[in-house]
Ligand binder design. Structure first.
Ligand code: PPE
Length: 319
């Protein structure tokens, strides 16, 4: 089945329009220069109906990315929250991926986007496991990319902006061509940054390790959720620089991301991590993550925005 075939409706500039009408012109500034910001969000089915995972955090990051690039978004957090619910409901989805984007449209093509309108849209479509059905269970094969992660001195790595993904695209395309599932990018000093679309974690002697914005990474919302869950479970979490030589001796490694969720890494450049099987800490964190996304974790109900009113109303009455 074609990737988008089940998606019939798009939220575009405040209205729900048919998929075919959610278009931009070939002269759009965003197309030529990658001038836009976006988010990747998942909605999961729960016992109380579909719920969007950490919607406020994602939309908050989108407004932050837009501020970084001076791109004005003419809609409020509340309007985009409603827009996300509307596009999910219009399509009749329960488990789906939601992709808001704000990008400069067509008016001029100097590099300065002057006069270009900001087009805002939210797409939704069903999207299964990002790295393949078996990735979550058995782990993936990763390569350290020869394409270096760009420095935050060149572009703000903490912003999720369209053009920044050319760096990721080169890395993942190269990795797949060489028979790997995903690329791990390091900076020019060889310090670990992140995957093409994921944050990176290691486990060493029961301690969970990951990096932060000092190493030119997107501050992932899944990353933040997993750090919280790891601490809930009593693990020590160390946030700091990670070097490739530490990865050589790591017991476990995994990627986190909205699309990738919690994906174990079984080998890097064909060298197995640990025994080459997803490790126990990774699997425990993956289970906790899915408990939270599916509404089974009473401690993290506030991470969920229910698409339909009934559950939210119930929460308000109870509190
Ligand atoms: N780093 C990068 C470069 C990245 O693109 C993502 C998300 C993350 C880290 C993890 O962030 P978060 O989703 O907030 O936990 N990548 C999005 C796009 C992937 C895609 O292929 O498209 C995503 O996972 O939705």
């Amino acid at each position: 089945m074609a990737f988008f075939s089940e998606s019939k409706w798009v939220w575009k500039n405040g209205k729900i329009v048919p998929w075919e009408q959610a278009t931009v012109h070939m002269s759009a500034h965003g197309l030529h220069y990658g001038t836009g910001v976006f988010e990747g969000i998942r909605c999961y089915n729960t016992a109380d109906g579909p719920a969007v995972f950490r919607l406020d955090a994602h939309l908050g990051r989108m407004f932050g990315s837009a501020r970084m690039y001076g791109l004005p978004i003419a809609y409020s957090l509340e309007e985009l929250t409603q827009g996300a619910k509307d596009v999910i409901n219009a399509n009749g989805f329960s488990d789906c991926y939601v992709r808001p984007i704000a990008t400069y449209g067509s008016a001029s093509l100097g590099v300065h986007p002057r006069n270009c309108p900001v087009e805002v849209a939210m797409l939704a479509w069903p999207w299964g496991a990002y790295l393949g059905a078996d990735a979550l269970e058995n782990g993936i094969q990763v390569t350290v990319s020869r394409w270096k992660k760009f420095s935050s001195l060149a572009m703000p790595a903490t912003a999720k902006a369209c053009g920044q993904y050319l760096n990721s695209m080169l890395a993942v395309q190269d990795a797949v061509r060489c028979g790997f599932d995903e690329a791990l990018l390091v900076d020019e000093e060889g310090i670990i940054a992140e995957g093409s679309g994921e944050n990176f974690f290691m486990v060493q002697n029961g301690t969970v390790l990951t990096n932060d914005e000092r190493d030119h990474v997107l501050m992932g919302i899944t990353r933040d959720s997993v750090i919280t869950l790891a601490r809930d479970l009593g693990y020590k979490v160390f946030v700091g620089q990670m070097h490739l030589e530490e990865l050589e001796v790591a017991d476990e490694a995994f990627f986190t991301g909205t699309a990738a969720e919690v994906t174990p890494i079984s080998a890097v450049d064909r060298k197995p991590i640990g025994n080459g099987k997803p490790g126990p800490v990774t699997l425990e964190l993956q289970r906790s993550f899915f408990a939270a996304t599916s509404g089974r974790d009473p401690k993290h109900q506030d991470w969920l925005t229910w698409v339909n009113a009934s559950k939210q109303a119930k929460e308000t009455v109870e509190s």
